[in-house]
Design a protein around this ligand. Structure first.
Ligand code: PLP
Ligand code: COI
Length: 338
């Protein structure tokens, strides 16, 4: 089978192998290799009833040199451990996480898209309670799985801006709730709002903090950043996912000579940004054209000509260059797969 590397979307394509590891009797077992895409699961598994589930998303890239590089997998391993702590699931040890990710990439190497395509291999680790419970309590057994699937460059026609919408009738997560963890329930909770935004022609909902509706939280399933006065500003909030892309962009911005501020951002401050972006693994940076405030009938425009601003552009290309190995990895973010 030959894939059309230049026209991949962001969807599931079957690959050859998935990697698994089970936890029971208080210990993790052996890492095993599977070809089956299906699972046999107890119908009373806690993941199915009580949402004991978390996942991660990271990517592997093929460079001009033909070598495959995995981006910041240790950070994803640590974030999955935080998600475990937040849902009382067993923690996947970093060594097991990393070994499973490397195995999944190595065994499915033929699915890592060629350099020229601008596509990459998306890696999806997931962890869930697999043991039966009917009372609300944590499972005694867990399954950790890593599968991979090739995905296209997020922007088919090149790096593009999109509009977002503020709607105060939807919250993604509570200030002391689960928003800071990468758990499935957060995504279920975002589907109605996301669908509404799509129907209205927006790329996604722009969430404000749930308590006061005063500060910026996240843009759909991505972190927000704004650029003004040579400063990179991103929200500090207890209800957003700590994005590894955002963390990387903060480092790159500081090294480019920008000031970096992580703080509360009042919604009205949107009027002062010269550029704005949503960031995450899937798109790296999704530059924001404008944010419409649906309730207040206001519009914050960042890209009147529809084009990404110069700082977004520079950060985007810099991060991609490190991921593809075009530029030296001076930060130790990349794992070369041998
Ligand atoms: N925020 C949410 C809710 C997400 O689902 C994601 C995607 O993973 C992000 C932010 C971006 O995080 P990262 O840069 O680690 O992919
Ligand atoms: C991202 O990678 O930016 C995401 O939001 C992942 C999404 C598919 C859950």
């Amino acid at each position: 089978m030959e894939l059309d590397w230049g026209n991949l979307g962001f969807g599931y394509i079957k690959t050859d192998f998935n990697i698994r590891c089970n936890y029971s009797n208080g210990a993790w077992g052996e890492i095993t290799i599977h070809q089956d895409e299906y699972l046999t699961l107890h119908m009373a598994a806690t993941s199915l009833h009580y949402g004991q589930e978390s996942f991660e998303g990271l990517k592997a890239f093929r460079g001009k040199d033909g070598k495959v590089r995995i981006f910041r997998m240790r950070d994803n391993a640590l974030r999955m451990q935080d998600s475990s702590d937040g849902t009382m699931m067993a923690r996947v040890p970093v060594e097991i996480f990393e070994e499973a990710v490397v195995k999944a990439v190595t065994l499915n190497e033929r699915f890592v898209p060629p350099y020229e395509s601008g596509a990459s291999l998306y890696i999806r680790p997931l962890l869930f309670g697999s043991g039966p419970q009917v009372g609300v309590r944590p499972s005694a057994e867990y399954m950790f799985i890593v599968f991979v699937t090739p995905v296209g460059p997020y922007f088919k026609g090149g790096f593009q801006t999109t509009p977002f919408v503020i709607m105060r009738e939807y919250d993604r997560s509570a200030p002391l709730g689960m928003g800071k963890f990468k758990v499935g329930g957060n995504y279920a909770a975002s589907l109605v709002a996301g669908e509404r935004a799509h129907q209205l022609g927006y790329s996604n909902i722009f969430y404000l903090d749930a308590k006061e509706k005063k500060y910026i939280d996240e843009c759909g399933a991505a972190n927000f950043f704004g650029i003004k006065d040579n400063t990179y500003v991103t929200p500090k909030s207890t209800s957003i996912l700590p994005s590894i892309t955002n963390k990387s962009l903060m480092t790159l911005a500081a090294d480019m000579g920008l000031k970096v501020e992580q703080r509360h951002i009042p919604v009205e401050e949107l009027a002062t940004f010269e550029e704005a972006g949503a960031c995450g693994t899937a798109a790296v940076i999704s530059p924001i054209e404008r944010i419409d405030d649906y309730d207040e009938k206001k519009s914050y425009v960042f890209a009147p000509d529809g084009k990404p601003g110069p700082v977004c552009d520079k950060l985007y290309h810099k991060l991609l260059a490190i991921q593809y190995g075009d530029e030296a990895d001076q930060y130790g973010w990349v794992t070369l797969v041998e």
